[in-house]
Design a protein around this ligand. Structure first.
Ligand code: BV8
Length: 236
């Protein structure tokens, strides 16, 4: 652990589960009665914008009733204490990492508390319902949509992600099923470039075989313990 300088962490819905935000692929993992794959597409937005906007309005509203858990807090502590490079890439669109205090963070699938203009591409912080056709505060066009990366759309900041993975000495995946690409492939990119790889998850994931080590259990227990280990090794 002592030769670890550059860490990349990928988080998924499992890190927010103990904060009360449901994951996607647990049995009956529906959101407002929908599978994420069915409403999180450009086609669904074109076919029924009201349904898609309502789906994300409900999830944005739910943020007012949840708080970061011990896993988010531990990662924020690591972010403050780690003197090497660190990048936390989250697939989550909630703001629990930020609210725990994490700074070195990237939302690769977008954010609930942001609206994107489908025409000029400007992002706007957004609270409350986002009605279809809301006007963009920048270009004025009625083209605001949820700032979410739909299936078939390119995740955000992939160049920055690939650079971080290339330089990583340690890649840690927390609370993700390994069902969605390209995130599910990051472990292989990191390992290919020589990183050690660690998975912290409630159960084995689709990608577990690719990790040097998998620890099974709730994130609120595994993540603080692992952060303690890493900060302790840095101090030695
Ligand atoms: C793209 C939006 C290309 C926000 C989401 C290669 C092979 C196969 C398919 C593809 C491929 N490449 C691309 C695809 C298609 C597709 C894909 O991967 N499909 C899958 C379903 C087969 N990928 C894409 O379309 C991506 N785009 O590749 O573009 C491209 C190229 C050129 C030009 C243009 C485009 C875009 C993917 C992004 C889609 N948007 N969400 C939102 O609505 O939330 S994905 C959605 O799934 C969420 O973002 C979520 O984060 C993500 C992954 O889910 P998880 O976070 O892992 O959650 P899940 O419920 O699945 O698992 C939770 C885990 O936690 C479980 O393992 C559980 O055991 C664990 N857990 C539970 N409780 C706890 C816990 N762990 C610890 N503690 C606990 N307490």
């Amino acid at each position: 652990m002592s030769e670890i300088r550059n860490i990349v962490i990928l988080t998924g819905a499992g890190i927010s589960a103990e904060s009360g935000i449901a994951t996607f692929r647990r049995p009956g993992g529906l959101w407002e009665g929908h599978r994420v794959e069915d409403v999180c597409t450009p086609e669904a937005l074109a076919a029924d914008a009201t349904l898609v906007h309502r789906f994300y309005d409900a999830r944005r509203a739910a943020l007012n009733h949840v708080a970061p858990n011990a896993a988010h807090v531990a990662l924020a502590r690591l972010d403050a204490a780690w003197t090497g490079e660190l990048l936390i890439i989250t697939q989550n669109v909630d703001d629990l990492h930020e609210r725990a205090g994490t700074k070195r963070l990237l939302h690769m699938h977008g954010e609930l508390r942001s609206a994107l203009c489908g025409l000029c591409g400007i992002r706007t912080a957004w609270e409350g319902p986002l009605p279809p056709g809301a006007p963009c505060p920048d270009c004025g066009e009625n083209a605001l949509r949820p700032d979410i990366v739909f299936f078939g759309e390119m995740p955000y900041q992939m160049d920055r992600i690939e650079q971080a993975l290339e330089h990583a000495d340690l890649f840690v995946s927390i609370g993700t099923s390994g069902a969605v690409y390209p995130a599910a492939g990051f472990v292989r990119l990191a390992a290919h470039d020589g990183a050690e790889t660690l998975e912290l998850n409630l159960e084995r994931s689709a990608g577990s075989d690719w990790f040097n080590e998998t620890r099974l259990g709730p994130a609120s227990v595994l993540v603080p313990a692992w952060v303690e280990e890493v900060i302790g090794a840095q101090a030695r």
